[in-house]
Design a protein around this ligand. Structure first.
Ligand code: NI
Length: 216
């Protein structure tokens, strides 16, 4: 397939997602606010992420796995105690497209129970790998979920270079309302965060939770 086709397909996909109710990707473009979001926790580095965010004085949104949340109830309380938003990233990081509808909803329900009440009226879920077929999307929306995606991938899952992550999140690549995707459990992401927050704030951006970004 020609590269142009891929670009067009990506553009169409973005357009469709941007106009789906109950699918959140990018906040309002008229306010210089962005949301930092972190997937795949909690894990052994969570305490360091939370301490660093405290030092930087910014709140974030954490998309957590049900099985890891069940194993770390102590960490779960810490996210909330420190003013962060928590939401679901599925139970065990299986692609939603690989699960039958009944199993998908059972896994999401189990994750919700592990997380306790979410701040939002409707439970938010971010599909593992961002993989979402028409079937799983329809089932989740019918069950009352809001799908919380992202608009700028820091690509921090690709490698171990903090510099590369900082460059991907440079202010000239960021637009107001952006939802930035990061991951927990990575030392290089931790190393990149102070510079990312610093450069965004210097460019006039405020970091808020994803919940606040979409609350108008
Ligand atoms: Ni993930």
């Amino acid at each position: 397939m020609a590269p142009g086709m891929l670009a067009v397909r990506g553009l169409v996909k973005d357009l469709v997602l941007d106009h789906m109710p109950r699918v959140l990707r990018r906040g309002a473009p008229d306010v210089k606010r962005v949301a930092l979001t972190f997937d795949d926790g909690p894990d052994e580095l969570t305490a360091e992420y939370l301490d660093l965010l405290d030092e930087l004085g910014v709140p974030a949104t954490f998309f957590l796995l049900g099985d890891r949340a069940e194993a770390h109830p102590d960490l779960l309380r810490e996210y909330v105690r420190r003013g962060h938003q928590i939401a679901s990233h599925g139970y065990d990081h299986q692609r939603f497209t690989k699960l039958g509808v009944r199993e998908l909803l059972a896994q999401c329900k189990r994750t919700d129970a592990a997380l306790g009440a979410q701040l939002t009226g409707r439970a938010w879920v971010r599909p593992p790998h961002g993989t979402l077929g028409a079937g799983s999307m329809a089932a989740l929306i019918a069950a009352g979920y809001t799908l919380a995606m992202w608009s700028l991938d820091s690509l921090d899952h690709r490698g171990e270079s903090a510099d590369a992550v900082v460059a991907t999140c440079a202010p000239e690549r960021v637009r107001p309302g952006e939802v930035l995707l990061f991951h927990e459990g990575q030392r290089w992401t931790l190393d990149a965060l102070p510079r990312i927050v610093g450069q965004l704030q210097a460019a006039g951006y405020e970091c808020v939770t994803m919940q606040d970004l979409f609350a108008r």
